[in-house]
Write a protein that binds this ligand. Sequence first.
Ligand code: K7E
Ligand code: CUA
Length: 625
Amino acid sequence: MTEKKDDHQDEIKSGEVQTSRRDFFKTTAMGMAGAGAVTMGILPFGAAKDAEASSAAGPKEHVGPGELDEYYGFWSGGQSGEVRIIGIPSGRELKRIPVFNWDAAYGWGTTNFSKSQMKGRISGDTHHFHLSYKDGTYDGKYGFVNDKSQARLARIRLDMLVTDKIVDIPNAAGTHGIFPSRNEINAVYCNSEFRVPLPYDGSGDLEDVSKYGCLHSCIDAESMEVRWQIQVDGNLDLCATDYEGKYSMACCYNSEEGATLPEMMGKDRDWLVIFNLERIEAAIKAGKGTTIGNSKVPVLDGRGGANSEYTLYIPVPKSPHGVNVDPTGKYAVCSGKLSPTVSVVELSKVDQAFAGKIKPRDCVIAEPEVGLGPLHTAFDNKGNAYTSIFLDSVVTKWNIAKAIAGENPVLEKVDVNYQIGHINASMSETKDADGNWMVALCKFSKDRFLPVGPFRAENEQLFNISGKKMKMVHEGAAHAEPHDALIVSRDLIRPEKVWPRDDRRFEIERAMAKKHGVTLEAAANVITEGNHTYVYMVGIAPAFSLSKFNVPLGNTVTVVLTNMDGVEDLSHGFCLTQHDINFGVSPKETASVTFKADKKGVFWYYCPWFCHALHLEMRGRMIVS
Ligand code: K7E
Ligand code: CUA
């Protein structure tokens, strides 16, 4: 395996565009003084901020009571398995969307629809959330998020802001970086982070790490089916796409293909792997894919460095982590993680490299030094990049053009508290990056908040970046553990207030009702077929259409509830005492649950969503005898 990778090991020209260690300390000290001055006056995330701090030209910093935020923030929820919606700049948490996690309030993981997606699992690890695109900006249709823990991709529909579909990715483990196509709603590309024996079904040689493999997967954004996969060398980390639909790309660390930490850190350079989508799609169409194990998904072989027509392995230092494409679409920026540098890759050179006219390494046109432990990069609308620096706990603002010109590109460093992971800026991942806001997602909060026991909150710090200097306007605690965030102009997200009654969300219930000759909207029906009892009811504040139903002991029960109040913000729900059943139905929504009536007795059910002055009276009895 090492032989064929010689091509990846071109020499790195270091020191060309590096700032000295002395400069580094100078700028850090300045950044610290600047941040300190601002920090004195900050209020907690979500609290009001006096208007005098708002600069006339920049974005509005203060969002008063009753006022609306200018931006939606979408936060991944890390090991909580969810996605959160935050108002920016106020920092108000507006909603938690359960995705891979069981949730009592909405009944995600309890209702029949959510169970059809969760398939018995109750946890997940969401790292990267992205929205669907058209022509380089968000089209407001879908959100996508990975599950690192169980190799899944979920889709959130933005009209209702609920989880819509979850797909399992075959022969993959540790699905980490994901990125949708940026030119049209077409595909979402997903990286496997862990190398595993292939097929990944417990067969074959489980011990020999050199026989493990790693896949980059293409998932159809509409059908959510896995369209193809391609095997690569090493293992993959973060993912990005260009703006034209020609390439997807992935940072690859562990080019050593080791299994332990020392084995994974041996080399000074790993790769940015570029996938040639045109060639891959053509090969798949021509039937060149093979299958792995029981999966029917066609797989191509993209290993072998220069020998692969599908992949280009661009050497970049060292265990690179994040890859981000700038708003002009010209450059991909890879963060070195174990190298204090970021590598700027000029995407227009990639075609020449694929054609063999230049070496892969010649696509790297600058490699400025930005600090110790660079992880991720965000962009403004003025040609500047903002890289999160984990070890130094700073954000480095640097100018892309200066880096390319070989000048010192570092404009400012600002302290963040502490150990920053992801960074993002308003509309940064679109061609409409607007340079207003930047958020630093810090892994440690240490002394910044009241102590709450050994497990601490994370710290999120919001910066106004519209001026010459980055200005922190507030910070706030976050529950474990937002990895990544998007800040999206609010005009691009237009959620509905009431469900249309013909929504595909209720397909399971509608088909069931059709079979029984009942309608979901005018239902007060109990139908027993052998050992299965079906209960159809509606909720209209403050009553269920059934105040009682009877079930024979031991029967399976399906309760179908429709909220017939079409009034904005008037939700109902169904909580069945002693049965671990609880779910909500928002205006005009239908949902159902299925459980076993395995206890004799009287069990009250009640509405858990406060809907009316007589909300406590919205209840009924299930009698099991
Ligand atoms: Cu850097 Cu999973 Cu995006 Cu965390 S990854 S930080
Ligand atoms: Cu319906 Cu509370």
